[in-house]
Design a protein around this ligand. Structure first.
Ligand SMILES: [Fe+2]
Length: 290
């Protein structure tokens, strides 16, 4: 298989053609994808009509898929447990309203974050398959956090260097008013502290590591000051020069690195169906301070 890589934005994002995810991959092809991924941070694979099982098999080339710990809101597929549903349609095909608990929780993904940062060993990356895509919004935006770190003004840099921030899964419910995790789910995922500047285990590069939806505290800072700092950092990061905005086509599969990017989705008409299936690659090591 010969693959072709075409850059989509100067900061991050590239399209990969010449891959059929349904077919077995040669080790050399896996390595070529890996190299492109480390270089471009977000890869777009157009026209991949994969089943959930094939999606999971492709994911395993890059690591072990995560099993989402929360079952109470049915965001984890009942059919293939490695699949997380980023959808406003349930597995029977029913369109859900924005008031339903799962939809409230998913609405948090409109704010900048990186998947599963609330885990002691946060996720390596995610692969999202657009099955039913939105035309009224639902654009997935990504930021290159290496570049953001490199360009941080001194006033902000001083506040994050050598500091840790807390990542708490249960912050979601406080943020968007969705039901809090059950006691068992809470016990499975207690809050964790990660460095705000991290070093990438593969590229060795430093990046800013923050989350608007999970950071509820910063070492040595009052809560309101900490929240304001995350907001200020996020505002600095969300500049077009650091951002790739992905406008979906049916059966695009996106693969992004959760260690050096953040993402956020734009709102869309809730009457429009949006069905997307995600796998999430589990982290293999704790976050290393940069
Ligand atoms: Fe996400």
């Amino acid at each position: 298989m010969t693959i072709t890589i075409k850059q989509r934005h100067p900061a991050l994002g590239a399209e990969v053609s010449g891959i059929d995810m349904r077919l077995p991959l040669e080790p050399a092809t896996v390595q070529a994808v890996m190299d492109a991924w480390m270089k471009h941070l977000v890869l777009v694979f157009p026209n991949q009509r994969v089943s959930d099982a094939e999606h999971v098999v492709f994911t395993r080339h890059f690591g072990e898929p995560e099993i989402f710990h929360q079952t109470s809101l049915h965001l984890r597929s009942d059919r293939v447990r490695e699949i997380f549903l980023v959808s406003n349609v349930d597995e029977t095909g029913r369109l859900m309203t924005p008031a339903e608990p799962s939809q409230k929780q998913l609405s948090s993904s409109r704010q900048w974050h990186t998947d599963s940062s609330y885990r002691p060993m946060p996720s390596v990356g995610s692969l999202l398959h657009g099955i039913e895509i939105s035309r009224t919004g639902g654009i997935t935006q990504f930021i290159n956090m290496y570049m953001v770190y490199d360009d941080l003004p001194d006033s902000l840099r001083r506040q994050v260097e050598g500091r840790k921030a807390r990542h708490d899964f249960s912050m979601l419910s406080r943020l968007v008013g969705s039901p809090p995790p059950t006691p068992a789910e809470q016990a499975a995922m207690p809050p964790v502290w990660h460095p705000m500047v991290r070093r990438h285990p593969v590229t060795g590069r430093k990046s800013l590591y923050i989350s608007s939806i999970y950071n509820d505290a910063i070492e040595g800072m009052e809560e309101t000051v900490a929240r304001r700092l995350v907001e200020e950092l996020t505002e600095f990061a969300a500049q077009p020069k650091y951002m790739y905005r992905h406008v979906w086509e049916p059966h695009d599969v996106l693969m992004w690195d959760n260690r050096c990017t953040v993402h956020a989705v734009t709102p869309h008409d809730p009457m429009e169906r949006r069905g997307m299936h995600r796998t999430t690659i589990v982290g293999r090591e704790p976050v290393t301070a940069g």
